[in-house]
Design a binder for this molecule. Structure first.
Ligand code: FES
Length: 340
């Protein structure tokens, strides 16, 4: 019989080769999670009783001392027998969408910017998710999975939109999504994953928001912005998109339309490697610091390469944003092939 995981009074069977995180999310039990690759430490939990195998948990994320203290990474660890765990300082009753296998057909492959494609996937069955979450797709002919943020709002749950940046030599991005992929291809994966998402409607206070996306880090921010504005049409929302040059920009028309519809929305593209009289130049975090004097009561959203996200956290704190209102999604090394 498969070993079981107990957490907060729930008991969930953990199938062979399933991580604790996957077993709990598939059972609809919320657990903090972000990278699902052992690199961020978000899913760290306390083992209260039982026995686990840490598998590929890296030392940098889970030290020997932490292992001795009974800590584990839920996205890597497997229970060897019935095991009880506890979340650390997190709300065990938080609502979540159940993690599912998914399957669908590539509906459209579109070039939208330099080395950047929009891929639409027509799902066989609708997927429930919060705007900002991501899915994992299996690279055809392999057992490798890659992560892709959803650019959709929650109601758009039958055709998923992904923004993919080509990384030369990348198994997923270069060889597959910039190589062999074509409309009509079948795809498989699972989702939704990640805690980088809008809160449920009843918990959304309508606070002002600032969002900074680097490259295709824009994708989840599109769904988050559209959701936030639809819920509170008069809220202040500022979205910065950091890219190298003008040919990396995309979906300007979408943001122009949002600016025309919502008086409190502003879209600010920022070019780091080119100067242009029509655009801001430099890094998006610097543009934010120039524009906004105080972020007390605001929420902040960062998605992109780790240096940009780290600079963003510092910039938000300099502007007095409450740490608990800072949300971040880093492109971690293993998924960089797909998402960076
Ligand atoms: S280390 Fe487990 S979700 Fe990042």
């Amino acid at each position: 019989m498969a070993p079981a995981i107990s957490v907060a009074g729930r008991r969930v069977e953990c199938l062979e080769n399933q991580s604790i995180l996957e077993a709990l999310l598939r059972a609809g039990v919320w657990m903090p999670n972000s990278c699902n690759q052992g690199t961020c430490g978000t899913c760290k939990l306390q083992v209260l009783s039982g026995e686990i195998d840490h598998r590929d948990s890296p030392q940098e994320t889970l030290s020997s001392q932490e292992r001795t203290q009974g800590l584990a990474l839920a996205c890597q660890a497997r229970p060897l027998r019935d095991t009880e765990v506890a979340l650390r300082g997190a709300d065990e009753t938080r609502s979540t969408h159940v993690l599912h296998d998914l399957a669908g057909t590539v509906a459209k492959v579109e070039e939208i910017a330099r080395d950047t494609r929009r891929i639409l996937i027509d799902l066989d069955e609708a997927l429930e998710f919060y705007a900002g979450q991501y899915i994992e797709l299996t690279v055809p002919g392999t057992t490798e999975r890659r992560q892709y943020s959803l650019a959709n709002i929650a109601d758009e749950n039958t055709v998923l939109e992904l923004h993919v940046r080509r990384v030369p030599g990348g198994l997923a991005s270069d060889k597959w999504l910039f190589g062999t992929v074509a409309a009509g291809d079948r795809v498989e994966g699972l989702g939704p994953l990640g805690d980088f998402h809008v809160p449920p409607t009843e918990e959304d206070a309508g606070e002002p928001m600032v969002l900074i996306g680097g490259g295709t880090g824009l994708a989840p921010l599109v769904g988050i912005v559209r959701t936030a504005l639809a819920r509170h049409p008069s809220r202040e929302v500022v979205l910065y998109h950091g890219v190298r040059g003008q040919s990396d920009l995309y979906d300007g028309g979408v943001f122009a339309e949002l600016e025309a519809t919502y008086a409190g929305f502003r879209f600010v593209p920022v070019l780091s490697d080119e100067t242009s009289p029509e655009h801001r130049n430099g890094f998006p975090t610097d543009a934010f610091l120039e524009d906004i004097a105080s972020c007390r009561g605001w929420s902040g959203w960062l998605c992109g390469p780790p240096p940009m996200v780290e600079a963003g956290v510092k910039a938000f704190k300099r502007r007095r944003m409450t740490p608990r209102l800072i949300h971040r999604e880093k492109f971690t090394p293993a998924d960089a092939l797909a998402r960076a």
